[in-house]
Write a new protein. Structure first.
Length: 152
């Protein structure tokens, strides 16, 4: 990163790297996604895509399609913070892949104010909904091991 990079940019890239590492916990074969929720420079929740508690850790069916009940990383992080004494109001969500439309609805309702993501999901309507709701969306693309902020 160059000299014009701010402390906020550095923190964003570090937290996104942490979400990428957290994605490695996923049992999903097709795509592993990680998410963390940060408020006041503290991680208040985390999640990765996978099956609900008590289900077998198999995300895809015999035809390699994702099972309908698999939870997305964002949904896992948001429901996890809901079970705690923390509030996600005003927080930032770091997620390795941009949110889908369903997760974007949860993000809006949870009071999260910023979303920083790595790559775009193949369907981009989730990001469009977040922007419509006034949530700041930032894409950080990893190029040669460095994060570059992409204009949305």
């Amino acid at each position: 990163m160059d000299s014009t990079v701010t402390k906020k940019d550095l923190l964003d890239s570090r937290y996104l790297r942490m979400a990428q590492i957290w994605a490695e916990n996923s049992y999903c074969q097709r795509r592993q996604v990680g998410a963390i929720i940060v408020k006041d420079k503290m991680i208040i929740s985390d999640g990765y895509n996978g099956t609900p508690v008590g289900f077998e850790n198999v995300c895809e069916d015999e035809n390699d399609h994702t099972k309908a009940y698999v939870l997305h990383a964002e949904a896992n992080a948001i429901t996890k913070v809901a079970q705690s004494n923390n509030s996600s109001y005003g927080a930032t969500l770091y997620v390795t892949t941009s949110p889908c439309i369903e997760c974007s609805k949860l993000i809006i309702q949870s009071g999260i104010k910023r979303v920083v993501f790595g790559e775009y999901y193949r369907i981009t309507d989730g990001v469009e909904l977040l922007k419509r709701a006034g949530i700041e969306c930032i894409q950080l693309e990893c190029v040669d091991g460095k994060y570059i902020r992409k204009e949305l």
